[in-house]
Design a protein around this ligand. Structure first.
Ligand SMILES: O=C(O)CCC(=O)C(=O)O
Ligand SMILES: [Fe+2]
Length: 286
């Protein structure tokens, strides 16, 4: 089976959306500049290497993971606000649903949040993960009129079929929930470092087998989810209000510190009224 389509970094959001609509995923080259990628590696790799490998087969017994990434690198802002990713996420996820509020018909959009951000390093000898859809966390049903997640897997090192490049089943985003995903239908995402695989929550995928004896495959995954599902990574407990206050308002909101004036999701008590969590953040001290 042919691999996923690869687009140059100069592709438009429309190009990205067209391929995702057809295949459930796409590879984008030169996702960020090599200077930003080098800073990300310098900030994150020592922390990753200090972490233990996983305890469960699904997480990988020879795989290291690093979460809480916004505490480790300010460059996460560049990763999340990369225009092809953020704009594609808004176009795929933040689409209106029609509601009645009294006798007025309203378009309600869910808003978007970062569901999870994690560095994943698959070590030599790791077998493939089982194929899965990441929207299983939300108990999402398929086919669905809506998508709840757009995710990237940014290659921090080269991804090959031999070193555990992510496996994807092209077109599986359209399958119903009765169809069994089989490894024989999956293709390996081979990509140069600095390229990113984009895939949606309903696409079957898995970490690949690392048959090498000495190559460590490292990818940075970030999911943007509809704000009406619970964020998978509990970022409210991971980040202090001081750290959140130090980020721009858009990032605060993406991490969960905002409330929607439309759906009301995420409000907090502010002096006796239903308010926005950003009103509770401490003033910046620097
Ligand atoms: O590491 C990979 O390539 C994919 C990992 C994955 O899909 C997961 O842990 O949910
Ligand atoms: Fe996954």
């Amino acid at each position: 089976m042919a691999g996923l389509t690869t687009l140059p970094g100069t592709a438009t959001v429309d190009d990205v959306l067209e391929v995702i609509d057809r295949d459930g995923g796409v590879i984008v080259q030169q996702y960020l500049s090599s200077a930003v990628m080098d800073e990300l590696r310098a900030d994150l790799m020592p922390k990753l290497l200090a972490n233990p490998t996983g305890k469960e087969k699904f997480h990988g017994l020879r795989t290291r993971r690093l979460a809480r990434l916004f505490a480790h690198s300010r460059r996460m802002v560049d990763v999340v606000t990369q225009p092809l990713f953020l704009e594609s996420a808004k176009r795929i996820i933040d689409t209106p649903i029609v509601y009645w509020r009294g006798e007025r018909q309203l378009d309600m959009k869910p808003g978007i949040r970062i569901g999870v951000a994690q560095l994943i390093q698959i070590g030599p000898g790791e077998p493939a993960q089982m194929l899965h859809r990441d929207d299983w966390s939300f108990l999402w049903r398929h086919p669905s009129e809506r998508e709840a997640r757009l995710q990237i897997m940014l290659a921090m090192t080269e991804f090959t079929a031999a070193n555990g490049g992510t496996l994807v089943i092209p077109g599986s985003h359209r399958w119903d929930d009765d169809r069994v995903p089989r490894l024989s239908e999956a293709v390996s995402c081979e990509m140069r470092a600095d390229s990113a695989l984009f895939f949606i929550g309903s696409t079957y995928h898995a970490g690949g087998t690392n048959v090498t004896t000495d190559q460590y495959r490292t990818g940075l995954t970030v999911a943007i989810d509809a704000a009406n599902v619970r964020q998978e990574e509990n970022q409210y407990l991971e980040y202090s209000p001081d750290l959140i206050a130090s980020y721009p308002s858009e990032i605060q909101s993406l991490l969960g510190w905002s409330s929607s004036t439309v759906t009301r999701m995420g409000w907090v008590d502010v002096e006796g009224r239903m308010g926005d969590p950003r009103d509770l953040l401490p003033p910046l001290t620097v």
